[in-house]
Design a protein around this ligand. Structure first.
Ligand code: URA
Length: 209
């Protein structure tokens, strides 16, 4: 699938299977999400540009590689996006963090922004937008639209599960944004849940149902 990277590392797939099981506890789900988010972060940053820096080891001076450019920005789509953040920040502790809150207006069915916080210089940074589930794609599309309106031009989207319907909508709206996911599932059901999926990601990580 063009523009979609499925992260099929055996550890990712194994952890995802346990997360899908309805018998997995809230504590277990949260721990696995933290672990899997580190592995996903590793893959989504795999091709970052490096630049050489002069350093001194205890023995000699040398040229050694470091990640080029300004600090990355991880963008969490509230609330479930926060579940992916923790592990990613453990791997990239200097990353900047942006939060975007959206709700769906009952009359217009359009996503309405209720919270937005991000660094100023978005045009100079790689943004990695995170939300565990790409279902209809509406929230991700709206969040990325907001980032683009504020200057972002180098964006990747990372999720745990994606539905084919969401990928299609997303790519129509943002063909320039690559999607990284651990699985492309079968379809969305009539309630907008991913099938087979893992249920409501926010409820499973926070124990709200
Ligand atoms: N959001 C979720 O948390 N789960 C789904 O299956 C779809 C959207």
């Amino acid at each position: 699938m063009d523009g979609v990277t499925v992260i099929n590392h055996p550890l990712v797939q194994h952890k995802l299977t346990i997360m899908r099981k309805k018998a997995t506890s809230t504590a277990g789900f949260r721990r696995l999400l933290r672990e899997i988010s580190m592995l996903l972060c590793y893959e989504v940053t795999r091709d970052l540009e490096l630049t050489m820096e002069t350093i001194e080891t205890p023995i000699v001076e040398m040229q050694s590689p470091v990640v080029e450019g300004k600090k990355l920005v991880f963008v969490s789509i509230l609330r479930a996006g926060n579940g992916l953040l923790e592990g990613m920040l453990e791997l990239v502790p200097s990353a900047r963090v942006s939060h975007i809150g959206l709700y769906r207006d009952h009359d217009t069915l359009q996503p309405v922004e209720y919270y937005f916080k991000a660094p100023d210089d978005l045009d100079e940074r790689l943004m990695i937008v995170v939300d565990p589930m790409l279902a209809t794609g509406n929230s991700a599309i709206a969040a990325i639209q907001k980032l683009k309106e504020r200057g972002a031009n180098n964006i990747r989207f990372l999720c745990l599960l994606a539905a084919p319907e969401g990928i299609k909508n997303f790519q129509e709206a943002h063909p320039d944004v690559k999607i990284y996911t651990a699985s492309v599932d079968s379809h969305l059901n009539e309630k907008g849940y991913i099938v087979p999926g893992l249920g409501d990601a926010g409820d499973r990580m926070y124990g709200t149902k």
